[in-house]
Ligand binder design. Structure first.
Ligand SMILES: Nc1ncnc2c1ncn2[C@@H]1O[C@H](COP(=O)(O)OP(=O)(O)OP(=O)(O)O)[C@@H](O)[C@H]1O
Length: 594
């Protein structure tokens, strides 16, 4: 332990003006005597209990050994394992479908899902099993055909179809589905709203959105309670004794009723249940580790890695890669974009947006010419972000229209009639509009490269190898080649925002929308993001930037738009707006922010 004299020496350093020599101090780890006492007590109690269990002849260990791997017990065990595995698979598949139905926008699907969950959670499992077992008395045959027409393709005797195993499997699966649906729904709800918006802005299909973005992130919340359910299910299989189905518990019951060796045979069942639960717990650990990728800055070492002292996870490799030598010389960003063409004309006519009685956008009219950079300024709550999100159809207009290169957002014009587009068509159109969010909204479970290629591969169907090459090229141009395999949470805020810009550029959009791209960043990191945007501004891509960086807007924008209370109060070249504002509110705003 550091002596008083040593401690004095530590303090004396800065006071005397010279740094203390820390290398001569010895560090003594904190001691926890009560922890040691507790451990010894626990080991003692465990030892006494084990000794008593192993030496007391009444436990009947010889009988235990005789039956532990006997044929009827192993057959019963196989049935228990099979029921657990199959009912878990069917239960979670049906539960997943019910959960997605419950969060869907369709009131009918959500209502049906709610009704199923309500009913199955209310009926005790044992009652459900008995009802299913008696179904054969209610309906003697199972007809596959067209109802009420007399047309039948196949007919089965229901009593034969519903064997005890089939009844047990159906009952356990239906019961499991109701509980797992709510667990999966909880996981889905735990995924940040920004992730849904980013997936929508990239034009990902519903399927890819649900299975590729939402579910992998939801899994972290789903797994602990999900495995609880599976473990509960493995134990609930013992309830199928009401069907006289000889699974593990029923089998030992049959044996001990015959030989009256109750305790040894209950121990046979208990030890097998312990083994099943231990295997399930190990599987849970493995799966949890898989879905933890990207969620933490460093993946915790596995049990094996902790024992061997090696950490070989991909995430930690990525961190090492991040420290590798500087990559090849950086190429300019501008040449990576689509060749400057007269594309990306944005026309906004009479756009209004209301939430209830609150008017957020009020008859906005604005034209952004192709290749122009437009900065939108205004006080908080002016409606700037809402306007930007309406351009990308993340917000639906209450009135008015927006067109990009003459194509209406959200509608298709045929003659004088406007047909509202379905979600699939809206998503396809979104691919030509890039969006960069305030909070980056990178997908945390995907590496930097995977984030960038996600939309080109799944939306534009670019071959994976080509998309990877283009993504590496983009990363080089934004100076982040060495972070290709890192996860977003391993990057600084500025780096994350540069990756988010690369992700938007990967779709080669006609228009890029920036929603306060620097406001979530530390002042030190703002510069690196603004540099990338400045470079893009010379590329001829149409850009609309909502920003609070007035100096940046003055330098980069061709047009500045000033908004307040959902209206455009003034717009024009930066020199005109900043040097001679026509509207008194703009003058007041500039006086405050400059
Ligand atoms: N989903 C919503 N429901 C109800 N009101 C909303 C909703 N979204 C935005 N608003 C309201 O719309 C107004 C404009 O919001 P918006 O985010 O567009 O403002 P902003 O100009 O971008 O502000 P800031 O600079 O603070 O981000 C605000 O008063 C906000 O409370």
């Amino acid at each position: 332990m550091a002596s008083t004299t040593d401690f004095d020496g530590l303090l004396a350093g800065p006071q005397s003006g010279s740094a203390p020599d820390y290398s001569r101090y010895r560090v003594v780890p904190a001691r926890h005597p009560w922890r040691a006492v507790g451990t010894v007590a626990a080991v003692l109690i465990l030892g006494i209990t084990l000794h008593s269990i192993l030496t007391n002849p009444k436990w009947g260990w010889a009988v235990f050994a005789q039956y532990f791997v006997s044929e009827p017990v192993l057959v019963g065990l196989a049935r228990t394992v099979l029921l657990t595995v199959l009912a878990s698979i069917f239960g979670f598949l049906l539960g997943g479908t019910l959960a997605f139905a419950r969060v869907s926008k369709s009131p009918l699907l959500a209502g049906i899902s709610w009704g199923y969950i309500w009913l199955l959670r209310s009926v005790p499992l044992i009652v459900l099993l008995l009802i299913l077992n008696n179904l054969g008395y209610l309906y003697t045959t199972l007809d596959l055909g067209i109802p009420y027409t007399g047309i039948s393709f196949a007919q089965y005797n229901l009593v034969e179809v519903l064997s005890p195993f089939a009844v047990a499997l159906i009952g356990l699966s239906l019961n499991q589905a109701a509980f797992s649906a709510e667990i999966i729904r909880g996981g889905i709800l735990s995924v940040d709203q920004g992730q849904h918006e980013a997936a929508a802005a990239l034009g990902l299909s519903r399927r890819r959105h649900a299975l590729g973005i939402v579910l992998p992130q939801a899994m972290r919340a789903i797994l602990p309670s999900g495995f609880n359910e599976i473990i509960g299910l493995a134990k609930s299989t013992s309830m199928v004794y009401v069907l006289a189905l000889p699974e593990l518990f029923y089998t030992v019951q049959v044996i001990y009723r015959r030989n009256l060796e109750v305790i040894p045979l209950l121990m046979v069942a208990t030890v097998w249940y312990l083994i099943i639960m231990s295997v399930l717990s190990l599987i849970q650990l493995r799966i949890e580790r898989h879905y933890a990728r990207g969620a933490l800055r460093t993946t915790p070492a596995s049990l094996l890695e902790r024992i061997t002292g090696r950490n070989s996870s991909r995430q930690n490799k990525a961190t090492t890669a991040a420290q590798s030598p500087a990559p090849a010389a950086r190429r300019p960003l501008v040449s990576a974009l689509r060749p400057a063409r007269q594309e990306g004309l944005i026309e906004i006519h009479g756009l209004s947006k209301r939430y209830g009685s609150h008017t957020v956008l009020d008859n906005v009219n604005l034209t952004v010419r192709p290749g122009e950079v437009t900065a939108i300024l205004g006080p908080s709550g002016a409606g700037k972000s809402t306007l930007l999100r309406a351009i990308n159809h993340l917000e639906r207009a209450s009135e008015g229209f927006i067109a990009i290169d003459g194509e209406l957002i959200g509608y298709e014009r045929r003659g004088n009639v406007l047909y509202e587009l379905k979600e699939g068509a809206i998503r396809r159109r979104r691919a030509s509009i890039g969006m960069v969010f305030q909070n980056f909204n990178l997908f945390p479970h995907l590496t930097v490269l995977e984030n960038i290629i996600e939309a080109p591969v799944s939306v534009q169907k670019v071959p994976r190898a080509v998309a990877l090459e283009q993504a590496r090229d983009l990363l080089n141009r934004i100076g982040l080649s060495d972070k290709a395999d890192a996860y977003p949470r391993q990057l600084s805020g500025g780096q994350q925002q540069r990756v988010a810009i690369a992700r938007a550029l990967a779709l080669k959009p006609k228009v890029i929308l920036f929603d306060e791209p620097t406001s979530a960043l530390d002042p030190e990191l703002v510069g690196e993001v603004l540099e990338v945007i400045k470079e893009l501004a010379t590329s001829g891509t149409t850009m609309v930037i909502v920003t609070h960086e007035v100096g940046f807007a003055r330098e980069v924008a061709d047009t500045v738009v000033f908004m307040e209370n959902g209206r455009v109060l003034e717009s024009g070249p930066p020199a005109q707006l900043f040097n001679a504002p026509a509207h008194s509110r703009l003058g007041e705003f500039l006086a405050k922010v400059l």
